[in-house]
Design a binder for this molecule. Structure first.
Ligand code: TXA
Ligand code: MG
Length: 341
């Protein structure tokens, strides 16, 4: 199958709709990362998404809808505080996990009695969702465990020949995936940190918890995606704290002496020193939104050029950086076993 990247026009939206209503998969832009979209009501389409991505079948999908979509069609109940969050932060990078039973394909939520719903703000995504007027399940459009895509080219790299159409929506501004927030209980619980921070949520509804899975417990983990190695570039990686300067430069030198091509992913303040030591630098920038925006693109660039990527943790780690650090840690763990968040 030939994979085409097309600008979003009315004719292309009609073509995309046709694919979706024939159980096909279309990649779409969002303000966070690109997604691999299919009809949430269609078992065949949902199963196809898992298969194309190589995604474990116990990791549920997010249903995306346009801003005027009637949520009552897909969820059982919306607590008042969840309505407040939805009205404040969406359309935008917040996914809400609602109580939901037998509303969409059973394969979407992998047997959980909940459904994750997201209303993206990206204009192209809205146009596409409006056109199809059904919920579109869309995991990030990367092969399972690989780095998430922030451009149509990234999607093409992972899925060329496997999907018919990628909707061109430019570079994603957000850069890391949406905040996933469970709203089935008394207070909101963040399952995956992102651009909508715990502080922002708490400011609107008074309270917000962060879910830390107890990997030793037999209780079913609330968001199974938390357990997998994710976002990983295809080169060796190592993660250091900024105060480990000595170790960092020793590692660079030793790897260089072995003939390995070394790259360093870091805040701007490190770049000059890294270059002086002869390594490639991947500059995350200075501001937190900048770091979120650049992270995945740099990881994909680094995997092409480096044998070893040394990542240095940014100094600031609160607010939006909770999400950035979460992704950075998952990208840089070297073993494929359950790990801490
Ligand atoms: O920004 C995003 O959210 C992107 C774009 C494409 O919208 N999508 C995305 O999807 O990141 P994915 O499949 O890569 O990540 C979905 C996350 C996973 O961690 C999954 O476990 C969690 O959401 N999730 C989905 N449904 C859930 C549910 N019913 N309960 C708990 N967690 C859920
Ligand atoms: Mg993903």
């Amino acid at each position: 199958m030939e994979t085409k990247i097309k600008q979003i026009t009315s004719a292309v939206l009609t073509e995309a709709k046709e694919i979706i209503f024939n159980s096909g998969v279309v990649a779409m832009p969002t303000e966070t990362v690109y997604g691999l979209g299919g009809n949430a009501f269609d078992d065949v389409a949902v199963k196809k998404i898992f298969e194309i991505k190589g995604r474990p079948n116990d990791n549920p999908l997010i249903a995306h809808v346009h801003k005027r979509y009637d949520l009552a069609k897909i969820i059982d109940y919306e607590p008042p505080y969840a309505k407040k969050l939805r009205e404040t932060f969406t359309p935008g990078p917040l996914t809400l996990v609602y109580p939901s039973t037998h509303k969409v394909s059973p394969f979407v939520s992998c047997g959980l009695q909940t459904l994750a719903v997201r209303i993206p703000s990206h204009e192209g995504a809205q146009a596409f969702l409006e056109k199809v007027n059904i919920p579109i399940v869309a995991p990030s459009a990367n092969l399972s465990k690989h780095v998430s895509p922030t451009t149509s080219k990234h999607v093409f790299e992972d899925f060329s020949g496997k999907i018919p159409l990628i909707l061109e929506g430019g570079e994603c501004i957000g850069g890391i995936e949406s905040t996933v927030c469970d709203v089935t209980g008394e207070i909101p619980v963040i399952l995956r940190p992102g651009l909508i921070t715990r502080e922002m949520i708490a400011a609107v509804v008074g309270d917000c918890k962060e879910y830390i899975p107890d990997l030793r417990s037999k209780e079913k983990v609330k968001s199974p995606g938390l357990l997998y190695k994710h976002y990983a570039p295809r080169c060796q990686t190592a993660l250091y704290k900024p105060e480990q300067e000595k170790e960092i430069f020793t590692r660079m030198q030793e790897a260089g002496a072995k003939g390995l091509k070394v790259g360093v992913l870091c805040e701007s303040c490190w770049v000059q020193a890294v270059r002086e030591k002869g390594a490639l630098s991947y500059d995350l920038g200075e501001r937190e939104e900048e770091m979120a925006n650049r992270l995945y693109g740099l990881l994909r660039e680094a995997e092409k050029n480096c044998d070893l990527l040394i990542a240095i943790e940014p100094k600031k780690q609160d607010g939006v950086m909770v999400g950035v650090m979460n992704r950075l840690k998952k990208a840089c763990v070297s073993v494929d076993i359950p790990h801490d968040n």
